[in-house]
Design a protein around this ligand. Structure first.
Ligand code: FES
Ligand SMILES: [Fe+2]
Length: 359
């Protein structure tokens, strides 16, 4: 297992960006105990605001895990979550959404300043809870993910595939955005007719056209327009058998360990998707998941590519790895990395026809 330092990425162990931490549907009455970014966390839905709250898991009083408890009377009496706050099961200290303790049962005098846990900036969109991770603790550099298609009733909402945890650094996953040469051997896309990458600040983009064995019919071609929005997730607009949008998200669990998800938003043939359209969408998502699982199997078993023996029929790994480094270094230095890679890098094919560019 290789770590951030082994890849020479920068001074921070975990990169800056929006990262998936849970599916919104996982948030029920009980808090969720999570582990990401090398720390234990507790996620719950505030009863007052209805918004998700993400806090560091351990109580500053005596280190109790705020979320993992089933037998205390705090939990059994249903006072574990109160309003937008969570009560520690051990001695009942209560922590607000901003992490400050606002109640210590039977305390005489003021609550100590140190009675707080770290609160994380979260957003809920596309059926997912996201965290803005930033070692500098600054405001998000770009908005949490949104898609206009999500509120269009013609599109069938995805059901997120949980792919599990891998002993693989996010670098190996994000390399995929430039990896032209794997499309034939892994995905059966023998003739990539067009392939280009573009780097634009925090975005890494791939545009590709070619036949595909599973995601298009007969002689049709697959068009994908894929963007990593920072290091944590990509959205790929795909014109295949159905217009659709792939989500692939990866979140560091520990240094060198990643958790990954896949999902597919599918456009139905009707202005308002019907039950039969949902079945078609689920089937197409499964085909897309299986295509992604082809990459996943390789990642699960490979040795770390600390250096890539890059050849001239590869995509521009060397540029993508510079792009990725901006997130492991202070935000003030991001421009240094962007400046070295920003722009269009066409690898194969003529200039993209307009129709494909808007796919
Ligand atoms: S350990 Fe949390 S209140 Fe005592
Ligand atoms: Fe792939």
């Amino acid at each position: 297992m290789a770590k951030t330092h082994d890849y020479g990425l920068g001074e921070y162990t975990f990169p800056r960006g929006w990262f998936m931490v849970a599916e919104a549907a996982q948030l029920h009455e009980r808090p969720l105990s999570l582990r990401y970014f090398g720390r234990d966390l507790v996620l719950f839905r505030g009863r007052e605001s209805g918004k998700p709250v993400l806090l560091d898991a351990y109580c500053p009083h005596m280190g109790t895990h705020l979320g993992t408890n089933t037998t205390s009377y705090v939990v059994r009496d249903g006072v574990h979550i109160e309003g937008d706050a969570i009560r520690c099961p051990y001695h009942g200290w209560r922590f607000r959404a901003d992490g400050r303790c606002d109640d210590i049962p039977r305390l005489r005098g003021p609550i100590p300043k140190a009675a707080c846990v770290r609160s994380w900036k979260v957003a809920e969109s596309l059926g997912i809870v996201w965290v803005w991770y930033d070692e500098e603790g600054l405001k998000p550099q770009w908005p949490a993910p949104e898609l206009a298609e999500w509120s269009d009733p013609a599109w069938v909402h995805w059901k997120v595939d949980h792919l599990g945890t891998l002993p693989v650094h996010g670098q190996e996953i994000v390399d995929n955005i430039v990896d032209m040469a794997h499309f034939g051997p892994i995905h059966g896309l023998d003739r990539v007719e067009f392939f280009e990458n573009e780097f634009d600040g925090h975005l890494a983009i791939q545009r590709m056209v070619g036949p595909h064995r599973t995601l298009v019919d007969g002689g049709d071609k697959l068009h994908t327009d894929t963007t990593y929005h920072g290091p944590g997730y990509l959205l790929s607009h795909m014109r295949g058998r159905h217009p659709s949008i792939i989500l692939i998200a990866n979140t560091p669990v520990d240094d060198g360990v990643s958790c990954a998800w896949h999902a597919l938003l599918v456009k139905s043939a009707h202005a308002e998707a019907r039950a039969a359209d949902v079945a078609v969408a689920r089937e197409f998502q499964e085909a897309s998941r299986l295509a992604f699982a082809q990459d996943f199997e390789v990642w699960a078993h490979k040795a770390p590519a600390l250096k890539i023996l890059q050849v001239n029929c590869d995509g521009p790994f060397h540029l993508e790895r510079i792009w990725y480094r901006q997130f492991f270094n202070p935000r003030a230095r991001a421009g240094e990395f962007q400046h070295r890679v920003n722009g269009l890098h066409r690898i194969r094919g003529p200039a993209l026809p307009q129709a494909a560019a808007g796919a």
